[in-house]
Design a protein around this ligand. Sequence first.
Ligand code: DAH
Length: 340
Amino acid sequence: MDDMGERVLREIEEAKTLAGLDQLRLKYLGKKGEITALLKTVGSLPKEERPGFGAKVNALREVIETRLREKTASLEREALEEKVRQEVVDVTLPGNLPQVGSLHPLTKALREIVGIFYGMGFTVYESREAETDEMNFVKLNLEPGHPARDAQDTLYLTDTTLLRTHTSPGQIRGMLEMQGRLPVRFIVPGRVYRRDPMDASHSPVFHQVEGLVIDRHITFEHLKGCFLEFARGFFGPDTEIRLRPSYFPFTEPSAEIDVSCTICRGKGCQVCGRTGWLELSGAGMAHPRVIRNGGYDPDEVTGFAFGFGLDRAAMLKWGIDDLRVLFENDLRFLTQFEGL
Ligand code: DAH
């Protein structure tokens, strides 16, 4: 029986799992267990041997029970410790930071532009991108068959509605919304569409910023002063502008506005073709018929208008030489404008 005791205790000691311990408990202490079987033999022993034998077996059973309890507790503790080890979270590890986005350069450029014009008392009028032929062309003196229409082919939604080719129809809609009140002083930023294949300087979708001022006694000088203020605010305080005679059906007289080259500051470089000047905007005095189409009397008020490419302005400001990068959303390009 001493041999057996040693064997049982060794088996308990070597058990690796709680299930294993349960099996040992069954094997020795269960109804059909070996210790139980020993106890049952007591009755068949000679009387004088019974107490001694019974006491021994009971003592052995107690030892086994105690060891089983201890071993169970120790296996349970180990299992718990292992669980804790596996589930531990190191709260000091650096987290997975989400990539933080930044404003698109065109959005930044527009916000700056809007800020500058706010400073001069302008509001922002957002016109519509789906426009009528009437608004996009006719009300701006571009009758059907007008040769200037050729340069502005676009996608037609129906026979009479199209994706606007410029923000100039915003002049008419903005004026009509003002219902004759003065002064009219707003810019119209937004997307415009042309039938152009994409290349380094063309895109079928691009952005313009239109400007319109209507009031009594508005002169060409106001146009010059206003645009110079904008150009210096946007491109830098040493920027100059110059106006060249031009033609637009909705302004008379009309001009092209150049800004001094943002790269060489007017000295002459590759970007400006060694002229020192960069063409930026169309402009002019609002045509009397346009003023009338907006619900105002051209005998009472005058005004000026301008329209330039937002994309081009942003490219000139930051020295971007390919329009396409503004539309490709390549993070290597966009992240360069973080914090700018
Ligand atoms: N709408 C013209 C274009 O897209 C640009 C323009 C020229 C706008 C002269 C004007 C302007 O307001 O006065 O080419």
